[in-house]
Each structure stands twice: as structure tokens, then as C-alpha cells.
Design a protein around this ligand. Structure first.
Ligand SMILES: [Zn+2]
Length: 167
């Protein structure tokens, strides 16, 4: 049986205690993606319930769990540019990022940060998403984008839909 049963009854007190520690309660399968554009640089901060990335949320102790965790984080780092798809015309190249697991009580989040340097314009075209190809459990993305003269929020479900760049 999977541990992913975030029982609703357990979420309310958890939300309260996480708020006290400055953390949001999470819903398995729902990740947050903050994208900031400044000049030719794109910075993406990705935060997902760890369950949706590596399949569990407790502290990895057994060698098999440590391996599973490390492989999942390595996959996230290696393939982030395949999941957050900047317009081809922007000619963005993602740099190696960082990803780590943060435990919060009985839950854990994977937090990752990536930057890309782009040669082309970042005020036109559309961003597309392909997270489920790599992490099938990440079925919803809550997106915030801040760029020059632009502040956009979007909810992307099953990687469907795009976020437009520019006004
Ligand atoms: Zn959880």
C-alpha cells in the first residue's frame, strides 16, 4: 500500500502546525512552480510533495530508500529543462540546479531551484509543461510568473495549457 494517503482528517491540524513553522500544507500531486524572469535569466523554484517525486515522505534510512531518494532528485535535476519548456525562440539553456528534501512532521517536500540563461527574447511566446512525462504523479502545477511588466498566475492540470510571456 502506498503511503500517499494524506487523510483529510489529518490535514487540518497539520496545516495549522505547518503554518506556525512558515510552511504550507501540501496536497499530494500538486506542485508549486515560481518563475522569475530578469534580463536574460530565468529562475524557477519548484516545490512538490516528496511523495509525488520519490514515492515516500519519511526520512530515508534504508539503503534502498536512500537510493530511491537520490535517484529521484538526480532525475529532477537532470531533466528539469525537459519539463519546463521555454519557447524555442528564447534559446534558453538550463544550468545544473539544486534539489533537496525538507521534512515537515509526517510530510516532506522536495524543493528545487534552477536557472536558465537565454539568448532570445523572453517577452513573447509561451511556456509549456511536461512534468508528467518524468514524474507521472505531478498532475497539477500552481504557477506564479514574474517578469518585466508581467505578473501571471496559472493552474496547469495534466501539463495542459500554456503560460504566455509578455503582455
Ligand atoms: Zn505529504
Amino acid at each position: 500500500m502506498r503511503i500517499g494517503l494524506c487523510l483529510f482528517a489529518l490535514l487540518a491540524p497539520l496545516a495549522w502546525s505547518q503554518e506556525a513553522h512558515g510552511h504550507k500544507a501540501h496536497v499530494h500531486g500538486v506542485a508549486a512552480l515560481d518563475i522569475a524572469i530578469e534580463g536574460k535569466t530565468v529562475t524557477a523554484i519548484f516545490e512538490s510533495p516528496a511523495d509525488s517525486i520519490m514515492g515516500f515522505e519519511h526520512l530515508a534510512k534504508a539503503p534502498a530508500e536512500i537510493k530511491k531518494r537520490d535517484e529521484a532528485l538526480a532525475k529532477l535535476k537532470a531533466r528539469f529543462g525537459e519539463m519546463l519548456l521555454m519557447p524555442a525562440s528564447a534559446q534558453c539553456v538550463w544550468k545544473p540546479g539544486k534539489a533537496e528534501v525538507h521534512l515537515h512532521g509526517s510530510h516532506a517536500d522536495v524543493e528545487a531551484e534552477f536557472t536558465a540563461e537565454c539568448k532570445g527574447p523572453l517577452n513573447r511566446g509561451e511556456i509549456r509543461f511536461a512534468f508528467m512525462k518524468v514524474f507521472p504523479d505531478v498532475h497539477e502545477l500552481k504557477i506564479q510568473l514574474i517578469g518585466p511588466g508581467q505578473q501571471t498566475g496559472a493552474v496547469i492540470k495534466h501539463d495542459e495549457g500554456t503560460v504566455k510571456l509578455g503582455r
